[in-house]
Design a protein around this ligand. Structure first.
Ligand code: Q9C
Ligand code: ZN
Length: 654
């Protein structure tokens, strides 16, 4: 039976959400402004509501945690303090007690809020562990990760994540043996670290501003040499930033080169994220620059583990807009219902590579995968974009089959994959590709028409880029695209664009010119194009093989943002293609709502052809006959007509 929208609802992932306005009743007693205030969770909830999120989630009501669970990580003394601090009998002493602690306030609502925060994280964690929910987000406050066994601190009363983690460890019937805690709050999760310091069942990972021990909570506990102790040695991982301003590229580099390799080895049964959003761009405390897109990528990469069993518990995050937008981006990832769209700055800081290398070194005896040295080309950080003139004919031949000088290849890879693992290609399994190249699933949902006017008008030739293989006029076999499904449709169309032939020789075809299409239309002109309807993912693989000679990338050459700007501006030149002759992706309009894209030279190249700086040249015989074969094979033109068409294109002045 065909699936309809009703059955689809059941396929959807069950994502738990908890929000309770009673957690807004914890605020500063004197009414003083404070970054950790009730508007934080209110802003999140309002944002999710206006995006229609709660209706698509399992919304649960918060319950206070029972003391027995809190007692697994906090002292009796601590429990008594938090339980009683809001009661009447503390009215006169409350503020004086708070002042004894580091960055703590209490009011009449604090106890209940703290019990609800811990109870909420407990509740969803148990449900995710049981499989009643696939994943969950607990929108809670006060936060928890700074709270230690016997000490509230850093706006944190109960250590919510630690309480929930202990529940998993203690309820053996849940079958959870290995827990990964990812603490991406901009501050070090000192409390959580201490609670599982010697426990190999809990892998605690924290990435935070450290600045050599001067950033809050300002101690050496957040240093990368703090790796755990006894049986827990190697199961505590700190990534301490040397400076602020870290952004998506820095975080994703740490994911790709520290967290994800270790997670693959550790194979957690569940992941709990201490999800602070104070590393978000615009946060007044964090001074970092992670975008909602960055957070969604960080989360997406983690969803490949533990069958997607992920619990997110709110920690910090003090810019209400960044906070709400980042949480929304994450919940959308948990719902798995939308491709992730966005862009990041390209390169991590030099200091980021230094930190990553230090962390890998420190932990390599526990996680052998970290012993591999990072390729030096990867670490060569903010390399400026490589400038290579379009007249460099040694770089690329007619169809762009890349003639690789090894320096050039390194340069291309630096640009193609600024912050991801190298050597992810057709040989890797899909899982690895999905983890390291999540752009694939994003781009596999969008179709484009790839419009060809050269030798790819021959279907058998074009299919090599999809299915793999080699036909004559190819210098080596193609690997094909990762998704080998054939084009959904093939369509011929004429366009009012000028076809012409340029360059005096190419590696593939020898002497003679190859075809270009004038990027601008002109009503006098007429060109025949063969359109292949493929996915944007396949389009990227075609570009990689045809123009870069590689499938070795973990970021796309041409993504949804590029598509969007191509459709707005009519043409764009992705950086990685800039060295080639066919580096201009031209939007040729749409067919049935699907964008038509072709590859050619730029307008300024056309000017160079006109001025004689670049050479116009009739095609070699073999190349011309490939075009004729395409046109005739499609029964579009007779052989005579096809020959006349090519003769005209190669003799008429530009
Ligand atoms: N100079 C969380 O994000 N800052 N806590 C104190 C003293 C405290 C942050 C500054 C920051 C605590 C959960
Ligand atoms: Zn924080």
């Amino acid at each position: 039976m065909e699936s309809n929208s009703d059955t689809k609802t059941e396929d959807r992932r069950r994502v738990g959400l908890i929000y309770d306005e009673r957690m807004c009743r914890h605020f500063t007693p004197d009414g003083e402004d404070h970054p950790e205030n009730p508007n934080r969770i209110l802003a999140i909830w309002n944002k999710l509501q206006s995006a229609g999120i709660p209706q698509r989630c399992v919304v649960l009501s918060a319950k206070e945690a029972e003391d027995e669970y809190i007692a697994a990580v906090h002292t009796k003394n601590h429990i008594d303090l938090i339980k009683n601090i809001s009661s009447k009998k503390f009215d006169s002493r409350r503020e004086r007690i708070a002042a004894k602690y580091n960055s703590i306030y209490f009011n009449e609502g604090s106890s209940e809020a703290a019990y609800l925060a811990a109870g909420s994280v407990l509740q969803v964690t148990e449900k995710v562990a049981k499989g009643v929910l696939d994943s969950a987000f607990a929108i809670v406050r006060p936060p928890g990760h700074h709270a230690e066994e016997n000490e509230p601190m850093g706006f944190c009363l109960h250590n919510n994540v630690a309480v929930a983690t202990s529940l998993l460890l203690n309820k053996r019937e849940l079958g959870i043996n290995k827990i990964l805690i990812v603490d991406w709050d901009v501050h070090h999760g000192n409390g959580t670290q201490k609670m599982f310091w010697k426990d190999p069942r809990v892998l605690f990972f924290s990435v935070h501003r450290h600045e050599f021990g001067s950033f809050y909570p300002a101690s050496d506990d957040g240093s990368h040499i703090m790796i755990g102790e006894g049986p827990g040695a190697g199961f505590n991982i700190n990534v301490p930033w040397e400076n602020g301003r870290c952004g998506d590229a820095d975080y994703l580099a740490v994911w790709d080169h520290v967290l994800i390799p270790i997670a693959k080895d550790f194979r957690p049964d569940i992941i709990i994220i201490s999800a602070g959003f104070d590393a978000a761009v615009g946060d007044p405390l964090g001074g970092c620059r992670v975008t909602p897109y960055g957070y969604s990528m960080m989360l997406k990469k983690l969803m490949k583990f533990a069958q997607g069993k992920i619990v997110m518990a709110l920690e910090g995050g003090y810019n209400l807009d960044s906070l709400a937008n980042s949480v929304l981006a994450c919940v959308e990832v948990l719902l798995e219902d939308k491709p992730i769209v966005g862009t990041s700055e390209a390169y991590p800081f030099e200091s980021t590579w230094r930190v990553i290398e230090a962390v890998r070194e420190e932990l390599s005896s526990f996680w052998p995968i970290l012993k591999d040295e990072l390729p030096s080309k990867l670490i060569s950080k903010q390399a400026p974009p490589i400038q290579i003139s379009t007249s460099d004919s040694d770089v690329e031949d007619d169809d762009g089959t890349h003639i690789v000088s090894s320096d050039l290849e390194k340069a291309v890879q630096d640009v193609v994959q600024p912050f991801s693992e190298l050597r992810i290609g057709v040989d890797s399994n899909d899982d690895v590709n999905a983890i390291c190249a999540p752009w694939r699933s994003e781009l596999s949902n969008t179709d484009v028409w790839y419009a060809t006017y050269g030798s790819n008008m021959c279907k058998s030739r074009f299919l090599c880029y999809i299915e793999g293989g080699q036909v004559e006029g190819m210098r080596k076999p193609c690997t094909g695209s990762l998704d080998k499904s054939p084009p959904k449709e093939i369509l011929w169309k004429t366009f009012s664009h000028r076809l012409f032939f340029g360059r005096d020789q190419t590696k593939t075809w020898g002497h003679g010119g190859v075809a270009f299409l004038h990027p601008e239309s002109n009503s006098q002109d007429k060109a025949y194009l063969c359109l292949y309807r493929i996915t944007l993912e396949q389009f990227n693989d075609v570009l990689l093989q045809e123009y870069i000679s590689s499938l070795d990338t973990s970021s796309p050459v041409f993504d949804l943002t590029d598509l969007d700007s191509a459709m707005k501006k009519r043409y764009i030149s992705p950086d990685v293609l800039k060295r080639g002759w066919y580096h201009n992706v031209v939007y040729m309009g749409n067919e049935n709502g699907i964008p038509i894209l072709t590859m050619t030279c730029t307008l300024s190249d056309v000017e160079s052809f006109k001025s004689g700086k670049f050479q116009l040249c009739a095609p070699a015989k073999e190349y011309a006959s490939a075009l004729v074969r395409g046109l005739v094979g499609a029964k579009l033109l007779s052989e005579e007509e096809a020959l006349a068409y090519i003769l005209e294109a190669s003799t008429k002045p530009l």
